[in-house]
Design a protein around this ligand. Structure first.
Ligand code: CUA
Length: 318
């Protein structure tokens, strides 16, 4: 047979659920299109000019009919709403045990950093059966990280983190596309996600084609030292700056009376523009790092601060 599949392979835990919802919507739309089209044709023929049909148009009222034509659509749209919402929450909430991978888009390539220190370009190696959480940003314009076989797609924006997660279910090499027009070579901004059995993945980690560097958290710790962050962010409460140990995932009380959860985006923002969210009880004395630190160093800093401890509340996505 000729190989022209209507749908990409289903290779992630959510792919089947996304497709089921999609089939349901297509089926529903087709059913009503045909039903209404047939009714239009039927009445057009029945009441065509010259045909002897009853046109007396008697006045009538039916409570039952009204209940049906309000009730049926109500049930249908509520079904779509709850079904869609349930798939949506699954897709946007990374599971607790998800492994972080940092992604940077730039014209026109994907740069990947693993927590282990492995770096890749236009390729992402992952083990099957392990949820992977991507923390993504762009160095220039808007891109979009799209893996059709996993049924996941998320815009990648300059100046902030967006996130996405997936769990591959079968080994293989899957297309990775940029799905947001980003300039001349947009169509060339493609790559692969390579899903591997756990043993193969470990072999790849040991000897594979990825560049093994320092683990991200320890690279981040080095930057933390070099930048002199330790002079204020000390290991205890005595410092002039908030304690970072156990910060990730905690709600933080702010000087303006508000509160935020310390997720990756909060940590990023607080390094680049410390004045944006001043923590209650501290003076706004931290220097601005916007423009003084590259995206990949920033990712290492974030990974380091996350490695200082997490709390349970961290796991709800944006
Ligand atoms: Cu990057 Cu299109």
């Amino acid at each position: 047979m000729w190989d022209f599949p209507l749908f990409p392979e289903q290779a992630s835990t959510v792919a089947g659920r996304v497709d089921s919802l999609y089939y349901f919507l297509v089926g529903l739309t087709a059913f009503f299109s045909i039903l209404i089209g047939a009714a239009v044709a039927f009445f057009a023929i029945k009441y065509r000019r010259g045909n002897k049909a009853d046109r007396s148009n008697p006045f009538g009222e039916s409570a039952l009919l009204e209940v049906i034509w309000m009730g049926v659509p109500l049930v249908i749209v509520l079904t779509i709403f709850f079904w869609g919402t349930s798939v949506f929450f699954t897709v946007v909430r990374p599971p607790k045990q998800a492994e972080d991978v940092y992604v940077t888009g730039k014209q026109w390539m994907w740069k990947i950093q693993h927590l282990s220190g492995h770096r890749e370009i236009n390729e992402l190696h992952v083990p099957v059966g392990q949820p992977i959480k991507l923390i993504m940003t762009s160095q220039d314009v808007i891109h979009s990280f799209y893996v059709p076989a996993f049924r996941v797609k998320q815009d990648v924006l300059p100046g902030r983190y967006t996130q996405m997660w997936f769990e591959a279910t079968k080994p293989g090499r899957y297309h990775l596309f940029c799905a947001e027009y980003c300039g001349t070579q947009h169509s060339g901004m493609v790559g692969s996600v390579v899903a591997m059995e756990q043993a193969d993945y470990e072999a790849w980690l040991r000897g594979g084609s990825g560049t093994a560097g320092q683990p991200m958290a320890s690279a981040g710790e080095q930057i933390f030292m070099q930048q002199g962050c330790t002079s204020c962010h000390m290991d205890n409460d005595a410092g002039r700056a908030p304690l970072l140990k156990g910060l990730y995932g905690k709600p933080v009380a702010l000087a303006d009376g508000g509160s935020m959860v310390a997720d990756e985006q909060y940590i990023r923002e607080s390094i680049l523009r410390p004045m944006a969210h001043v923590v209650a009880g501290y003076d706004p004395v931290m220097p601005v790092y916007q423009g003084r630190i590259g995206e990949e160093d920033l990712q290492q800093l974030v990974a380091y601060i996350k490695s200082l401890g997490t709390s349970e509340a961290a796991q709800v996505g944006e």
